[in-house]
Write a protein that binds this ligand. Structure first.
Ligand SMILES: C[S@@+](CC[C@H](N)C(=O)[O-])C[C@H]1O[C@@H](n2cnc3c(N)ncnc32)[C@H](O)[C@@H]1O
Length: 165
């Protein structure tokens, strides 16, 4: 990994993902979550303040050590245990059926092998468990915007940590 990906991209991601415009969406995504929770692509931990007290423990995984360091700072203020693991969602180091809920916030777009990651999510969820995700997608309302979403990814991916528009 080059200096750009290792040092600059995590700072950009942390700044952009702290946007106040995402607050209502984060609240909707994680406030109802209860029990043992896994967040894939936890990044800098921007969701952490929005989890409720029904969480028993939260495990976060992310491949970026810099973003995990930021998540660790935020985790210090949480009323439940937070464990952080460096790694990708394609190979989760957890036993089958070990979480009640898996959360993903604007992370599926950045995962190279999303089918493998989703198979892992299914494996680690308990029977009846829930996968809650927030994601952006292809614009259906405006074909010009959609065309740019197809054009930009080769450049955008370098700036935005692998994000596919
Ligand atoms: C746009 S950021 C979102 C971060 C965080 N979920 C949030 O809501 O602020 C995408 C995140 O996906 C992470 N990521 C990239 N590849 C990944 C993978 N293979 N597995 C899990 N996370 C990954 C990045 O390091 C980054 O933290």
């Amino acid at each position: 990994m080059g200096l750009w990906q290792e040092r600059v991209v995590p700072v950009l991601i942390d700044r952009v993902m702290a946007s106040g415009r995402l607050v209502p969406l984060r609240h909707r995504l994680v406030a109802p979550v209860r029990g043992d929770v896994l967040e894939i692509g936890i990044g800098g931990g921007a969701n952490l303040p929005f989890y409720g007290r029904g969480v028993r423990r939260l495990v976060g995984v992310d491949p970026s050590p810099r973003l995990l360091a930021r998540a660790k700072e935020r985790a210090a203020w949480m009323p439940f245990p937070v464990l952080l693991h460096e790694g990708g969602a394609e190979e989760l180091p957890f036993a089958d059926a070990s979480f009640d809920v898996v959360v993903s916030a604007w992370t599926l777009c950045s995962i190279a092998d999303v089918d493998r990651a989703l198979a892992e999510v299914r494996r680690v969820l308990r029977p009846g468990g829930t996968f809650r995700f927030g994601e952006h997608g292809l614009c259906g309302a405006d074909s010009r915007t959609a065309a740019w979403q197809h054009r930009l990814p080769p450049l955008w991916r370098r700036v935005a940590g692998g994000c596919h528009l």
